[in-house]
Write a protein that binds this ligand. Structure first.
Ligand SMILES: NC(=O)c1ccc[n+]([C@@H]2O[C@H](COP(=O)([O-])OP(=O)(O)OC[C@H]3O[C@@H](n4cnc5c(N)ncnc54)[C@H](O)[C@@H]3O)[C@@H](O)[C@H]2O)c1
Ligand SMILES: N/C(=C\C=C\C=O)C(=O)O
Length: 494
């Protein structure tokens, strides 16, 4: 079938990549387009034996050429990977667009852009990462020198989600390799394509066999579980649902494996009456509807100070109803489909639940009718609710779709308490022109990240991660180098 947004020719079939070889298994599952439900390609699912081979190859590669490279040599390899992604930029864009139905514009300016940036950032950071030294004199008059050395952790299991496939996979692969580890990656079954291209790029960039390995498959009783439960995995970094994180943590506990988790959220946008009104409306449209609301940082909760509540709801409704939902290449398209019909069923179940919980439907709430192949896809309407209590499931549970609930508030104290009344604590955005209020409110929100008068603006040197059920640990800058290193102290009596 000829697709309007096909995979690049180099991805006619999606195989695993183990010890420098592409491996077909013959156990296939379909990669389905969320635009029209058509099958894009067949994917070879890894079995336990292949997962074992991948981990063992990664372990062996630690003692090969990769293990003896200097920091500068490893950084140079990462820059070659970035160069190769840049050379094949359009193929990576095509892979992300085919798998997810997102706009070409977003795939170009966010997803693949960050794929390159992640490798360049950690190639640079690892070259300037220093250690610590301490001098002391013992009571008996001996001088002692202590210094730290940064060693690789070993074999890292990297398990990534479908919402920002290349961005989130490379956000982990880049620092893991920069620190001298070897990796076995398991991308989401929903988005296998850009990870397969990345394997081709690793090959081209001269990454030694066994350093980067790719397994396709699912979670339970498939590649994900075979990987996290493997005795030779030294650490696990996972991005996905909080419930999945909990499951993986139990498996990691068996072998006392170090974990880094980037999990779910139910993020809040807080709009004060003193905010730049138009900027806040534009900002919340972005923070609630980017990537069809399928970003862990999206604001599904919006709190607006009462004096501007009605005006804000009307303004956001107008902007949401004007969002262009359509094909990836349509001029000015704002939103594509959700990742799958299965995920759409989940989102639509919340659209239904909200009405049962007593919500006022401000706009959306259903499925757009295109009258063409897209009616076989996974599209939903951008949706806004008001009128729910903070105890409603739609205000407490992550929907992970293009939807937000807007509620009024009266005081700073009230809104801080309401934002913090959540099992999640990933991100928040605060819209105010008061410097004092910006600082005082932001530092009291129990989140890993708070943006003020902006959203999803990223400096890759900063700590990224969530509080409470939104994650464990921080990645970004030095935090990534620390997670992906075994830091040892050497103490010498002089
Ligand atoms: N905090 C963050 O930075 C961040 C970023 C992106 C997405 N997310 C979260 O991810 C979720 C959406 O992604 P998703 O639906 O792919 O999440 P998911 O948890 O369903 O799956 C994530 C990955 O884990 C694998 N997996 C599932 N069960 C597993 C198991 N038992 N053992 C090993 N691997 C397993 C999946 O195959 C997939 O590759 C949302 O909750 C979103 O908030 C968080
Ligand atoms: N981890 C990052 C983004 C996460 C987005 C969640 O969907 C990043 O920007 O590095």
């Amino acid at each position: 079938m000829n697709h309007r947004f096909p995979l690049p020719d180099s991805l006619a079939e999606l195989r695993n990549y183990v010890n420098g070889e592409f491996v077909a298994t013959g156990k296939l599952f379909a990669n389905v387009s969320p635009i029209n439900g058509a099958v894009l390609a067949q994917v070879h699912e890894a079995d336990a034996a292949l997962a074992d081979r991948a981990v063992k190859s990664a372990k062996a590669a630690l003692d090969g050429p990769w293990g003896s490279m200097s920091v500068a040599e490893r950084a140079a390899v990462l820059d070659k990977v970035a160069d190769a992604i840049e050379r094949r930029y359009d193929e990576f864009v095509a892979a992300e667009v085919a798998d997810t139905g997102r706009s070409i514009e977003q795939a170009r300016t966010l997803d693949v852009y960050r794929g390159v940036a992640n490798f360049r950032t950690f190639a640079d950071l690892v070259k300037v990462a220093g250690g610590e030294t301490y001098d002391m004199r013992t009571a008996s008059g001996h001088d002692v020198m202590n210094y730290t050395v940064r060693k690789p952790h070993g074999v890292i299991a990297i398990i990534s989600p479908w919402n920002l496939p290349l961005l989130l996979l490379t956000w982990k692969v880049a620092p893991a390799l920069a620190c001298g580890n070897t990796v076995v990656v398991k991308p989401s079954e929903e988005t296998p394509s850009s990870a397969t291209l990345l394997a081709q790029v690793m090959d081209e960039a001269g990454v030694p066999p066994g350093v980067f390995n790719l397994l396709h498959g699912f979670g339970p009783d498939s590649a994900g579980e075979f990987l996290t439960g493997h005795p030779d995995i030294d650490a696990i970094t996972f991005t996905g649902e909080s419930s999945t994180g909990s499951t993986i943590m139990k498996v990691a506990a068996e072998g006392v494996k170090e974990v880094s988790f980037e999990l779910g959220g139910k993020n809040a946008a807080v709009v004060f009456a003193d905010a730049d009104f138009d900027a806040a409306v534009a900002g919340v449209i972005r923070s609630s509807f980017t990537n069809s609301g399928q970003v862990c940082l999206c604001s599904e909760r919006v709190y607006v100070e009462r004096p501007i509540f009605d005006r804000f709801v009307a303004a956001l409704k107008e902007k949401a109803e004007a969002l262009k939902v359509g094909y990836p290449d349509e001029p000015g398209v704002d939103m594509g489909p959700l990742i799958s019909k299965g995920h759409r069923d989940k989102v639509l179940s919340y659209y239904k639940l909200a009405l049962e919980e007593g919500a006022t439907l401000v706009c959306g709430g259903g499925v757009p009718a295109f009258g063409d192949e897209r009616d076989e896809g996974a599209f939903v309407q951008p949706t806004i609710w008001t009128g729910l209590p903070d105890t409603a499931r739609c205000v407490r549970e992550e929907v992970f779709g293009p939807v937000c609930h807007i509620a009024p508030f009266d005081t700073d104290e009230e809104v801080i308490a309401r934002v913090n009344d959540s099992p999640y604590g990933l991100a928040a955005s605060v819209w105010t022109t008061s410097l004092k209020r910006a600082h005082n409110v932001s530092r009291r929100l129990r989140t890993g990240i708070t943006w003020v008068n902006t959203w999803f603006l990223r400096d890759l040197r900063t700590p990224f991660g969530g509080a409470k059920q939104s994650g464990l640990g921080r990645e970004g800058g030095q935090y990534s180098l620390d997670f992906y290193s075994e830091i040892s102290n050497i103490s010498i009596q002089l």
